[in-house]
Structure formats: structure tokens, C-alpha cells
Design a protein around this ligand. Sequence first.
Ligand code: ATP
Length: 126
Amino acid sequence: MKQQNIFSTFKNAIEGCGYFFKNERNGKIQLVAAIITVGAGIWLKISGMEWIILLLCIAAVFSLEMLNSAIERICDLVQPGFHPLVKIIKDVAAAAVLVAAIASVAVGAIIFVPKLITLLNGHGHI
Ligand SMILES: Nc1ncnc2c1ncn2[C@@H]1O[C@H](COP(=O)(O)OP(=O)(O)OP(=O)(O)O)[C@@H](O)[C@H]1O
């Protein structure tokens, strides 16, 4: 296999992103959730530090889901039939996504709930 330059590496990664968001159900759901979260961040005028934390959470969930999908593909390639080890591999990979997703929901709640409560109480200046 020939050495790739930085542009073809980048092109391959973009193709991987395209495949992920087009074909993976969870990827689509997470994309919608990320768009809603970013929209809420703009609407509620969250701080710079809150943006950094939120974007890291979004990136963590996307990245882990992409790795989870890649691991699932490898498993399906090498072991199309049922295998107890494949079950463990896929379940642990899915758990990695779940951990990041739960932490992200908690972070989202910590950032957004107080702002929404202030807004609903009529004290907010949006
Ligand atoms: N070959 C296999 N051998 C054993 N268990 C399997 C196998 N394939 C899938 N499983 C079980 O089914 C679950 C779902 O696997 P599948 O490959 O269908 O992923 P998926 O539907 O895309 O799931 P996810 O929502 O976690 O991405 C796995 O977590 C695992 O428990």
C-alpha cells in the first residue's frame, strides 16, 4: 500500500464521516442532538468555557460512536456468525459510547437547566 499524503488522508476521513452520518442510525440521532444543543447554546448565549465543554462532549460522543461503528464492522467481517467474544467486544464498545453520552447529558443539564429556569422565571435577558 503506497504512502498517502495529508490531503488523501483528510479526504478518506471526510469519506468516513460521510458514510457514518449517512448510514449509521445512531450517528444521525447524535447529529440531530448536536444541532439542537448548538442551537440552544446560541439561543441561551452560553459562555466561552461552556462552549468548550459542550463541544468536547459532542466530539467525544461522535468519536466514540464512530469507533464503535468501526469495531462493529471489523467484528462482522471476521465473525459473521454468533460468537460470545464478539458479543463482549460489541457490548463493551457500545458501553464506551453510553458512558460519554450519559456524561454529555449531565453536562448539558448543568449548563442549560439553570438558564432555562431563569428564563422561565422571567429574569432572563436573551
Ligand atoms: N456476531 C455476534 N455474536 C454475538 N453477539 C452479537 C453479534 N452481533 C451482534 N451481537 C449482539 O448484538 C448487539 C447489537 O449488535 P449490532 O452489530 O447489531 O449493532 P447495532 O445494532 O449497530 O448496535 P449499536 O446500537 O450498539 O450500534 C451487540 O451489542 C451484541 O450484544
